[in-house]
Ligand binder design. Sequence first.
Ligand SMILES: [Zn+2]
Length: 256
Amino acid sequence: MNFIRVTALFCLAVTAQAAPGNGLFDQLKAQYLKDYGIELVADAEIYPVADSDGAIDARNSGARNVEMALYFLRKEFAKYPPALIRASGVKRIAFCRDLKSRGTRVAGVALEKNATIYMDSSTEIGDEAHRRRTLHHEFFHFLDYAMHPDQDLGNNPEWAAANAPDAAYGGTASAAPVANWASHPAPGFVSNYARQAVPEDRAELFAGLMTNNLTLRLLLQKDSFLAAKLGVLKNELKAFCPQVDEAFWAKTAKNF
Ligand SMILES: [Zn+2]
């Protein structure tokens, strides 16, 4: 009897102690550190980010306001083999609000210098599908850095060879909202943003695949340039992390 009483009191004390934080945040923070060596940050990041020379600005979310972003993160990152996450070089994910990159409001941004993905965790920027894609898009930038160290990511000969002969990057992307992200603005390009630059093109294709975009799936059946670029991407990823093989992609295609 006495023992039970003591146990009950102990449990109460633990609950009271954990109350000021956010249960899910604390749980994922511990798990990500242990499984991937990634630190989750929601407070105390200093903005504008010095490592970005001030290009990245935001405000801290606070651990209490990140629940939705955590659900997205937990679901989407669970699709990756842990070995791929560890090999990516990502060391931190910082949750924030009012996130801007060079003055433009964005849902996420990757900063190689401090190995951090910045994620806007408010409901103000983009719909759910956009936010889930953003996680994979920013994560892919780190994979690209890791797969091609000390290389100009804009200059990828295999990628260039897979592109349509008249494919051109830069300046043409429209900021106008489109009804469907996979707007296929030109042969070989899944989205408007993909035309910005080679690294963005690659990150967009990867993110569409990881989130099982159905329009993209249909496009891959009829656009041979897009299919060829996907082949290049899959080869690079498999060489980098053998677990990202056809079985992985088959599993991903069933994971909604
Ligand atoms: Zn990007």
